[in-house]
Design a protein around this ligand. Structure first.
Ligand code: 87F
Length: 527
């Protein structure tokens, strides 16, 4: 999701960029458009490009391996079962946490009437070019065209106004899991930037600002947990600048990830305090304990299927995807390795028994007994799909009552007695999860550059760094930096001002304006 300042640029782009529906099929933004070798396509074995050599093409190939399918409408993608299962695991975690917070699920319609949409002019203005409209049914024009929700403030808040009457109706905490449509014009990229995507959107109303403030951070912490504990992607929590916050709200907090290969930041999720702006527009008032009319304080927050793209970009390697165990639809794949004269049935039985034992212990395990593929082909195929742990069972393993485990994250192989296998696998999955997070964190840390001057900033940007800079926190200065860094690969902007601020010595100056610095802020190009 872009910040509001990107929207205007896009309106201009919209005029010059013709849609390349057919051409784009199969291509990712900014890639060399290299043709894949037909052999690889047919067998599904291996990738034709390396992550470091052509990141865009690499990403596209990894996604196409059972995660997504390109569609005949530009910017729209099919989520295949392998990626949908990942989304469902995140959904299950987050939904259970929402229930603990007493947030209720609901569902509002997909269509927005022009009246409702335009009731709230301020924030919609910049976004208007991205709103898609339905204008016909069959061959007849609709009397009133209908917008397809790009977000649901204007859909929901008239009903907040209706449902909230007295202080006993507060807090009102609603969430919906749904799709939204934003007609983007630049660089569609699977999961990262698509015209339709899945998300959860939370919308809440409170009697006091304190309650709203507290919830903003409570939700942001859940988003951190999705990224760090589930997707094993390190993030920074912080505050968006005035220029990058949601224009309709009071303040925006976010979590920001970083992709070392492209040197781009990526907004992972946002949690906004809307203040009383929407309450004013939609007349969301209530009678307080003293019998007076008061206005509610509101929040809204969302995370999207973009999470999956960030995870793929962070962990994948030249063999394909690497899935953190906590979100892997299959955590362990068990593959028989029969030889000509071996006891094939015995090996198959051992595979089935291993999967049952693991499944009973709550591990997502699957055997691959297909007889039309060789073990080697299966290894590559499951490696491409990112399954965190492979178990091989061959004649020698059967004889020794053991199995061989092979880790996807670091390739380490071990022979394990079948006796203590379940416990051992449990431990291995925890270790893989931890290791993936640590490796990703180290890679990100290696990209962070603390700078003090414009020259250092410029150099760090060229070197694809995640820049931490002292800043005066003035909107005009951020706009100026964007103007000065505009290039083919996009301008640099603030990502967030981290909540954990390093010490800012007295007299530190802003790298861009030379005025006294107020805070440390992360800067970079971004998705
Ligand atoms: C695109 C078209 C129309 C973003 C848009 O972040 C409107 C919008 O309001 C728009 N793109 N936004 C901001 C969304 C803000 C907010 N909504 C609820 C969130 C979290 C969930």
């Amino acid at each position: 999701m872009d910040g509001p300042s990107e929207k205007k640029e896009k309106v201009v782009k919209e005029k010059v960029v013709k849609e390349k529906v057919a051409k784009e099929k199969g291509a990712t933004s900014g890639t060399g458009g290299k043709k894949k070798k037909d052999v690889k396509k047919e067998t599904g074995l291996g990738l034709s490009v390396k992550k470091d050599e052509n990141f865009g093409e690499w990403y596209s190939e990894v996604c196409k391996h059972e995660m997504i399918e390109y569609y005949d409408i530009s910017g729209c993608y099919i989520l295949r079962p392998w990626s949908m299962a990942i989304w469902e695991i995140m959904h299950a975690f987050f939904d259970a946490e929402l229930k603990k917070m007493k947030v209720k699920n609901c569902y509002f319609p997909l269509f927005v009437s022009p009246g409702a949409l335009e009731r709230e002019t301020d924030h919609i203005e910049g976004f208007a070019p991205e709103v898609a409209w339905v204008t016909k049914s069959g061959k007849s024009d609709l009397e009133v065209p209908l917008a397809i929700r790009p977000t649901s403030e204007t859909v929901m808040y008239p009903y907040f106004s209706k449902w909230i009457r007295g202080h006993r109706d507060l807090p009102l905490k609603l969430n919906q899991w749904c799709n939204v449509v934003r007609w983007e014009f630049s660089n569609p990229t699977p999961f990262i930037r698509s015209r339709e995507f899945l998300w959860q959107e939370g919308h809440t109303a409170f009697a006091t600002k304190e309650e709203a403030d507290e919830e903003v951070l409570q939700v942001l912490e859940l988003y951190r947990r999705i990224y760090e504990e589930y997707l094993a992607v390190p993030i920074v929590k912080g505050m968006k600048s005035e220029n990058e916050k949601f224009a309709g709200g009071l303040y925006t907090t976010s979590i920001e990830a970083f992709i070392p290969n492209t040197g781009r930041g990526v907004q992972g999720a946002t949690s906004h305090c809307l203040g009383q702006n929407f309450a004013k527009m939609f007349e969301i008032n209530y009678e307080n304990e003293k019998g007076e009319t008061a206005m509610v304080w509101q929040n809204s927050w969302a995370y999207t299927t973009r999470t999956i793209g960030v995870m793929i970009m962070t962990h994948g390697d030249d063999k394909g995807l690497i899935l953190p165990p906590k979100i892997a639809p299959v955590q362990v794949v068990v593959i028989p390795v029969p030889y000509k004269d071996a006891n094939t049935q015995g090996i198959f039985d051992a595979c089935i028994a291993t999967v049952s034992a693991l499944s009973e212990a709550g591990i997502r395990a699957e055997e691959d007994l297909r007889d039309n593929y060789s073990p080697g082909w299966k290894y590559s195929n499951w490696e491409m799909k990112g399954v965190p742990l492979r178990i091989e069972i061959g004649p020698r393993d059967l004889e020794n009552d053991q199995v061989r485990t092979v880790r996807r994250d670091n390739g380490v192989k071990e022979d394990i007695p079948r006796g203590g296998l379940v416990e051992h696998v449990k431990e291995l999955l925890v270790k893989i999860q931890e290791n993936m997070f640590e490796v990703a964190k180290q890679k990100r840390e290696a990209c962070v550059e603390v700078i003090k001057t414009w020259d250092e900033f410029s150099n760090a940007l060229k070197e694809k760094k995640l820049i931490l800079a002292p800043w005066c926190d003035e909107k005009e200065v951020e706009i100026d930096v964007k103007g000065r860094t505009k290039g083919e690969t996009g301008a640099a902007k603030t990502l967030c001002s981290p909540f954990e601020q390093p010490e800012l010595p007295e007299g530190t100056l802003c790298f861009a304006s030379g005025k006294p610095a107020k805070k440390w802020t992360y800067w970079g190009r971004s998705y």
